[in-house]
Design a protein around this ligand. Sequence first.
Ligand code: PGA
Ligand code: ZN
Length: 414
Amino acid sequence: AIRKINAREILDSRGNPTVEVDVYTDRGFGRAGVPSGASTGSHEALELRDGDSTRFNGKGVLKAVENVGKISQAVLGMDVRKQREIDMLMLDMDGTENKASLGANAILGVSMAVARAAADSLNVPLYRYLGGSNAFSLPVPTMNVLNGGKHAGNDLAIQEFMIQPVGAETFKEAIQMGAETYHALGKYLKESYGESSTNVGYEGGYAPKMDKTIEALDALMIAIERAGYTDDEIKIGLDAAASEFFDGENYKIDGEVMTPEELTTYYVELVNSYPILSIEDPFHEESFEDFENLTGELWETIIVGDDLFVTNPDRIAKGIACGAANGLLLKVNQIGTLSEAIDAATLATRNGFSLFVSHRSAETEDTTIADLSVALGADMIKTGAPARGERTAKYNQLLRIEEELGSAAEYIRL
Ligand code: PGA
Ligand code: ZN
């Protein structure tokens, strides 16, 4: 049974406050930290901030911390294994569509810490507790090595340029391939763009002064080759986060203004010229139709919905119905409870979608998403560059899980 719950303000990787929750049971303990986005979707569950300008520029989360206190009153004494019951009770207490009264940050902190405390109380690893007897596969790490958009101070419209070592035999090998390519990229950027080009963006990827998509893609190709890999072994993933360069009608990219039709053609050209395996949020967050057209056009490419779906089963169902996208980006804090996130994943994968479990641009040292990716049998985990502690915390946890699974571990085949 749950005996005690504590919450506090801690710092995230952007230096802003976030919620950390501790859950104590008779036999175990669980702690979880809540992440935070920058290029957030407008349909995400609400992140409750104090708005008190005298503290942390208004970004304090003391109200959310206080709300964990209220939640704690309701769940004390409950069986910590009753994850869904606890999550649903919090939804009832909140009573709003988007978790605006308690705050998704308060709710998620409790939800994740409860799962961790349950696993600890049962003395099983979190991936096994959440995933049961089928949790043996390790996802492809999709590593964000070059940053643009809202995550960097350069003029690249596309937010994320990722490398995907699909040709690795093991997760461990995939991480090595990623790290070697990351360093080859750093060396190339330094040679060609000067010392400051290896400064990094929010997710640890380099943020060189560039303004053209193909310039970034060419740099990735050079890095992959210099690291000794082929474009069969390492694929490229893009996150356009296109809501951020949409002006209400057209898209501002690469010094041009493109209509949705022109942007579609542009993506098709990119896919024909580079080993691009996935494109996330190619259009703004309401453009189900443009997603549908591109998904139809690029049926061999994974078109991933992030801001489009916001990990929300209702929006995912809409996407499934009209064939917008064939991949789901799963961010636990977009929806606010572990149970709803698992429902979103199940809905998507049952309908043939690829599953990408994802971090946020501001993270903590929390590694819950690493275990969750194994529990859900995810195709990919997206958790930034193979550098910076809040990113490597997740990759390193997956290295430990793979080691623990031993010969039962399987690196996912896409
Ligand atoms: P965010 O970016 O965490 O800043 O929203 C990540 C993403 O768009 O995938
Ligand atoms: Zn995204």
